[in-house]
Ligand binder design. Structure first.
Ligand code: ADP
Ligand code: MG
Length: 238
């Protein structure tokens, strides 16, 4: 596990500035939710944490190490995307073992690690199925399983539930929280859904137009919003 520090991070795509000096401190094992309207820069920030997008200025540290120039594969992070990006031609087992296969891990290690993740997620009976033979919730669990087998120091989620129906979304929220309580891996979770943020976060980061408007635990934001934007955003129904 690890702390994550985002220090005065800016991002420009050509002439367009999309992040204007973002500061966030994340404690070891904390579940932090980045929330804000579409286009405010959440995914860009998450992709910078993952190393998929370079940093225009500022610094990102994971644990004691500044990672600005560290490639994604050396960052000790695992990311779960909105479209789970499972390999359709591979079984659940092979999807989950893929990163270990690339790293040429021995078969026994793959079986052990996939078995461990499958047990945590209740996927033991589904390991020989293909993604098309799974429900939306099961696919979502496989995507999480792929992240778990990597034993990352940090989990990054980008709107992982937005393709699910409302009922399943509520169920998966609880499952992801339970997973976090069990593993205590530092987590940065992006959503545009304020209910999801309020129910899942230890700490919420409210973003708007490439700025951070407020950082705090859900109740603090609810009771003492720093400004009208936060009040409106947190207070309005999803
Ligand atoms: P969010 O995830 O909060 O919806 P994004 O981080 O995806 O927002 O996008 C923030 C802003 O950056 C948007 O205005 C978007 O159009 C712009 N943007 C994102 N990626 C690129 C890119 N590769 N090139 C140019 N503009 C981009
Ligand atoms: Mg996004």
């Amino acid at each position: 596990m690890a702390t994550v520090e985002i220090r005065n991070v800016r991002k420009a795509f050509g002439p367009v500035q999309v992040l204007h000096g973002v500061n966030v401190d994340i404690a070891d094992g904390e579940f932090v939710v980045l929330v804000g309207p579409s286009g405010c820069g959440k995914s860009t920030l998450l992709r910078m944490l993952a190393g998929l997008e370079n940093i225009t200025s500022g610094e990102i540290a994971i644990g004691p190490r500044v990672v600005n120039n560290v490639p994604p594969k050396d960052r000790d992070i695992a990311m779960v995307f909105q479209n789970y990006a499972l390999y359709p031609h591979m079984t659940v087992f092979d999807n989950m073992a893929f990163s270990m296969k690339l790293a040429k891990a021995p078969k026994e290690v793959m079986e052990q690690e996939v078995g461990r993740a499958a047990k945590i997620l209740g996927l033991e009976a589904l390991l020989q199925r293909y993604p098309r033979q799974l429900s939306g919730g099961q696919r979502q669990r496989v995507a999480m399983g792929r992240a778990i087998v990597r034993n990352p120091q940090v989990f990054l989620f980008d709107e992982p539930l937005s393709n699910l129906d409302a009922k399943l979304r509520v169920q998966m929220r609880a499952e992801i929280k339970e997973l976090h309580q069990r593993l205590r891996v530092t987590t940065v979770y992006v959503t545009h859904d304020q209910i999801e943020a309020m129910t899942m976060a230890d700490k919420i980061v409210v973003m708007n137009g490439g700025h951070v408007e407020q950082v705090g635990p859900p109740l603090e934001l609810y009771d003492r919003p720093a400004n009208l934007f936060v009040a409106g955003f947190i207070g309005s129904p999803a």
